[in-house]
Each structure stands twice: as C-alpha cells, then as structure tokens.
Design a protein around this ligand. Structure first.
Ligand SMILES: Nc1ncnc2c1ncn2[C@@H]1O[C@H](COP(=O)(O)OP(=O)(O)OP(=O)(O)O)[C@@H](O)[C@H]1O
Ligand SMILES: [Mg+2]
Length: 419
C-alpha cells in the first residue's frame, strides 16, 4: 500500500509513525511534511491539484488529510471526482469545523447538547448580544482562525475588545460573522471518533492543554500537551457522550447526506449537567494524536481503508491500557513572536529515555543538524503503567533535550492525577 499524508506537523508525524508499523504499507509520502519525519518521503507542495496529480501518477492507495484547511477547501471533493481514495469528510461536512455557526445549527437540528448562543453578522449586533449574556461570555470568530479566534471574556471591556478584533479583520473573513455564546463551566476533554458515515468507532479519550501557561493561564495556543486516557471521561460520561453526542452526530450526517469518511473530533466540556459540545473539528487533534496513536495496537491503515470503503463495521480497535503523555516543546515567545533556526540537540538521549519524538516545526541546517522552524516544534510522548509514571518518563525525556530556546508547560497531565 502507498500512502500520502497531507500536512506538516506533529500530528502528521504521528500518523506516519503509526502507519509505517503496518506490514500492509510499503511507502509513505508526506506533503509538505518536514525533513525530520524519517518514516516518510516529503514532497514540497500543498496545492490541491498538484496533490491529486501526484496521487494519480504514483497510484497512491490512500491519501490521509491531517489539517482542517485543505478539507474546508474541498480536497476530498477533488480527489473523489478523480476517483482517488482519500480519508476525510467532504467540504460540506467540513463546514462543521469551517463555520462555528454551521456547527451550532447542526447541533440544534440533531439535539446535540451545546452552549446557548447567538450568531451575529455585524459589530452592532454583537456588541448588543455580549451584554445580554452573563460574564464570562465567549466570543468566537465563525471561520477558521488556527485556534486563535476564540476569547473567553471575563469583563465587558474584554468582550468588546474581542468583538472589535473579529470585525476589524484580525482573523480575515473568518471574523465577519461572530458567535457569542454562554460560558460553560467544567472540565474539557477531546472525544475523537472514526466514521464512514454508516458506523462510528470512538477512539480512546484524551485531554489537551490549550492555554500557553501552567494552570491554564495565558493565551490560547494550538495545544501545549495532551494525555490519554482522560480520567474525567469516566464510564458514566462515556455512556452519555455515546448517546447524546456520537450517535446523534452520525444520524445527523445521514439525514443531511454528508459523505463523512474520516475523523470527527468533538471538543467537549464536562459540566455538572453532563457533557456539552464546545466545537467540532473534522480531523485528528494536535497534540492529542501524539498521545492517542502510541496506545493503538490495531493496524491504522486497515481501519482507515475500511472507513474509506464504507465497511467500518468490520473493524474493531485494540488499545494499550497504558497511559500516554505528550509534552509539546515550543519556541520561547509562542504563541507570540519567536525565533527560528536554533539548533536542537539531545534528541537521541530523549529517545533512549524511552520516549517518542514527533517533529512538528523542525528543519535541518546545512550540516544536517535539527533546527527549530516553527512555534510548536516537538512533541515528546511517553507511556507508563500509571499516569504519574508516564508523566515522569515524558519529562525525563523533555529534560534530555538540549535546546536553550525551548518553552514547555511543566504541568501537562497533572490534572489527571488528582482524579
Ligand atoms: N462555551 C464555552 N464555554 C467555556 N469555554 C469555552 C467555550 N467555547 C470555547 N471555550 C474555550 O475556548 C477554547 C477554544 O474554543 P474552540 O475549541 O471552540 O475553538 P478553536 O479555536 O476551534 O479550537 P481548536 O484549535 O481546538 O480547534 C476551548 O478549548 C475552551 O477552552
Ligand atoms: Mg476548532
């Protein structure tokens, strides 16, 4: 089997790492990938037509789409038109992530629990609406904003500032419509499932750390670390998630004739009234994937191909019961301004400490040394029989990395130890 992975981050490295373990897989390409993903040959394009041409010429058996942008741009529609097998939802279904308002309306139509909200198409309406909600109030740019379009405003001034940021073009056209919503109280979890539109298989639970600082302080980021399983998703919660979110989602896809052969990721808040959906993402989470896939015992290529061929009912997934913790190493200053091009050493030592290294924003200099080349740079994952053991192994590996310009949170997964 020849596989093409679209994307270039730690998630894509984890996908390549897992898919490369399959005896069915002979070759993996990654577009654009990064030079330190040793499991794949990287091809330097993210142009959809060129990717389809590549898949056709190289007779790719399965294309796997990592990030949301190409999905929302319609890469699945294009590949399907050319009868090229591809894993991911079509552009209509991808609106579940591409538009917060579309997702909310879908949730209402199918009785999926979520925060009350108002959709506003101009600044005046939005400024009026934020005053109608008790503080804190949540303001979301409707479109894709790379994890930076959402504000939880604790004061009226912050709320006004967030509304103005959206309508002043800070997020481009993504901010021309704004969703104002009730702030939910509780603990978050990532519920990620594999579906072919006919059946659906939840993966193991996980929890991300969105905020830059320890104890969930500071600005939202793309995610500073994740662990799996997330104890907050106990069996009672799982049952409710299955009944109130996952099954209605699948029914909704069928009623609305979505062609959904891929991953659905519900960002869920576990409130005192039960689980409520904060948002849908239509792809694997990053960094959740770097914690989830090391626990998967089954052949991922088989499961993905079964989804693409709509025979997912034939598949059951087997999981490692150990705990996984992934710590993200970012460039100092992320998500604000940061340096690139710094040499990173000690990765072999970190691997010898029993950890997995997933390259996100890294490159290679002219001497072949690994250098930093982005905001989120590395994901370091370790497994343990217990969560404290996995945490300790992960940070032992993190501390083996020799990169003075690195920033990482020291409290990844600690919350899971208190439960
Ligand atoms: N209704 C809400 N109540 C409380 N907190 C919220 C609410 N909606 C969003 N948040 C907070 O804001 C974060 C980001 O919101 P959301 O997940 O909708 O946006 P996103 O930018 O699409 O995120 P991602 O990059 O994870 O896809 C959430 O992880 C949560 O911490
Ligand atoms: Mg999102």
């Amino acid at each position: 089997m020849k596989i093409l992975i679209i994307g270039s981050g730690g998630r894509e490295h984890a996908l390549a790492w897992k898919l490369a373990q399959s005896p069915r897989v002979e070759k993996i390409y990654c577009a654009p990938g990064n030079p330190n993903i040793r499991e794949a040959e990287c091809i330097d394009t993210d142009n959809l037509e060129e990717l389809a041409d590549f898949a056709a010429v190289h007779q790719i058996d399965l294309t796997v789409v990592g990030p949301e942008a190409p999905l929302c741009e319609g890469i699945v529609d294009l590949f399907k038109d050319r009868e090229l097998p591809i894993f991911g939802p079509d552009s209509k279904a991808a609106l579940l992530e591409g538009s917060k308002n579309f997702a909310k309306e879908f949730m209402l139509r199918h009785g999926i629990p979520t925060a009350s909200y108002t959709c506003c198409h101009n600044r005046k309406d939005a400024l009026r609406e934020v005053q109608r909600y008790p503080l804190p109030v949540v303001i979301k740019a409707d479109g894709l904003a790379a994890g930076k379009g959402v504000s939880v405003a604790t004061t009226a001034a912050e709320a006004e500032e967030a509304v103005n940021a959206c309508f002043s073009g800070e997020f481009g056209s993504a901010g021309e419509t704004v969703v104002v919503e009730e702030c939910l109280i509780g603990e978050e979890a990532s519920i990620i499932a594999l579906t072919d539109g006919r059946s659906i298989i939840p993966l193991v639970s996980s929890q991300d750390h969105k905020r830059a600082g320890e104890n969930d302080t500071g600005p939202n980021t793309g995610g500073m670390g994740a662990y799996s399983p997330a104890p907050v998703v106990n069996s009672g919660i799982w049952n409710r998630v299955e009944k109130e979110i996952i099954q209605p989602f699948l029914m909704g896809c069928q009623e609305e004739h979505f062609d959904y052969r891929g991953i659905i990721y519900a960002g869920v808040m576990i409130t005192e009234n039960g689980p409520k959906v904060l948002e849908f993402n239509v792809r694997f989470g990053d960094p959740e994937t770097q914690a989830i896939l090391p626990r998967l015992k089954s052949d991922l290529s088989e499961a993905m191909q079964a989804a693409v061929e709509q025979r997912l009912h034939e598949i059951s997934l087997e999981w490692d019961n150990r705990h996984a913790v992934c710590v993200v190493l970012a460039a100092d200053g992320y998500p604000g301004k940061y340096q690139k091009g710094e040499v990173i050493k000690g990765l072999e030592k970190a691997e010898n400490a029993g950890a997995l290294i997933f390259h996100a924003g890294t490159g290679k200099d002219s001497q072949g040394q690994v250098i930093s080349n982005g905001g989120r740079v590395l994901g370091i994952t370790a497994l343990g029989e217990t969560l404290p053991e996995a945490i300790e192994k992960a940070y032992t590996a993190v501390n083996a990395v020799d990169w003075p310009g690195a920033y990482f949170r020291r409290d990844i997964a600690r919350r899971g130890c208190d439960q």
